[in-house]
Ligand binder design. Structure first.
Ligand code: GDP
Length: 295
């Protein structure tokens, strides 16, 4: 579908052979290729520009005579810089409180409810946690039902208060219940809207203030590409979230949203969703995502 960046760079570097060091003039074409590859991967254009400026500074003066394959060397510089910008290492979730509290945020359809189930499943099976899922979307009965179905499937209890329209109260009551029942992890799913709106933001901020979660995860659909940045920024400005979950990476997106969001809000991406099933969850690895973005 996309020409491999490595091939592109090899091609543009052929003209550099015999010219010795990389200069402003002869690197311009190559950087254009890097920028195009990033835009193809749905990286935000401002982020792509900023990125190529950084790579340019690193590439200038690079000795192309001693390098057999300067294109590959350039790809390595680009790859390493991408991985570094996306955080270098995988970052774990905080589950130290008792109960530890994790609050989900994000737009409707981003994959919050699915991810809540996946995370509960992972924590139960791999970290020996006893999670309680909380249905905090008081507007959509279907969302509550969806969480209940997931809970049953993964054998994790789900706290609901049908009829109660106050998500702050529901979250507080759920935490009391978790203490009583010995659940050491509370995962609160919240209502999302199709677009950012003031009421949704106030509501989730009120839940945050009331329950003081260790983690606030911002869940975003990786297919939303360029828009993901604006959404991430708005949520971060209001909530100061602690991590990002990138869903639907099983689609054909190249995952440029990872680089854009990380650059703009400077919060770690912690997980990626790779399917609808409860097992389709991976810890985020910056180097792997760099490979994917470069194609
Ligand atoms: P919410 O409105 O944010 O709670 O979103 P949902 O969890 O209901 O997810 C919306 C749709 O996306 C559902 O059909 C999910 O099955 C689907 N979905 C969620 N995560 C993934 C994923 O990682 N990959 C794929 N292919 N679909 C996903």
């Amino acid at each position: 579908m996309f020409e491999n960046l490595s091939d592109r760079l090899e091609r543009s570097f052929k003209i550099l052979k015999g010219e010795g060091k990389i200069t402003e003039i002869n690197v311009a074409e190559t950087l254009k290729d890097v920028r195009r590859a990033l835009l193809d991967a749905d990286v935000n254009y401002k982020v792509a520009k900023q990125f190529t400026d950084t790579v340019k500074a690193k590439a200038l003066g690079m000795d192309v005579l001693t390098s057999v394959k300067p294109g590959q060397l350039m790809v390595k510089i680009v790859h390493d810089e991408l991985a570094t910008l996306m955080g270098g290492e995988a970052v774990d979730v905080q589950i130290s409180g008792n109960p530890a509290i994790i609050l989900m945020s994000g737009l409707q359809g981003s994959g919050k409810t699915t991810f809540s189930g996946k995370l509960a499943n992972l924590m139960k099976n791999k970290r020996s946690k006893k999670p309680l899922l909380v249905a905090g979307d008081v507007y959509r009965p279907a969302a509550i039902e969806q969480l209940k179905v997931l809970g049953e499937q993964i054998q994790v209890p789900v706290y609901t208060e049908e009829g109660n329209k106050n998500p702050v109260q529901i979250a507080q009551n759920a935490i009391k219940q978790a203490r009583q029942d010995g659940n050491d992890l509370v995962i609160i799913d919240t209502a999302g809207r199709l677009a950012i709106d003031e009421q949704m933001m106030q509501e989730i901020k009120a839940i945050k203030d009331a329950v003081n979660p260790q983690e606030i995860l911002f869940v975003v659909d990786s297919m939303t590409g360029q828009d993901a940045v604006n959404t991430a920024k708005e949520f971060n400005d209001r909530l100061d979230f602690t991590g990002v979950v990138l869903t639907k990476l099983d689609g054909d997106t190249r995952g440029g949203a990872a680089l854009s969001i990380r650059t703009v809000v400077n919060k770690p991406i912690k997980f990626v969703g790779t399917g609808e099933k409860m097992e389709a969850l991976d810890v985020f690895h910056p180097a792997r995502m760099a490979d994917r973005i470069l194609g």
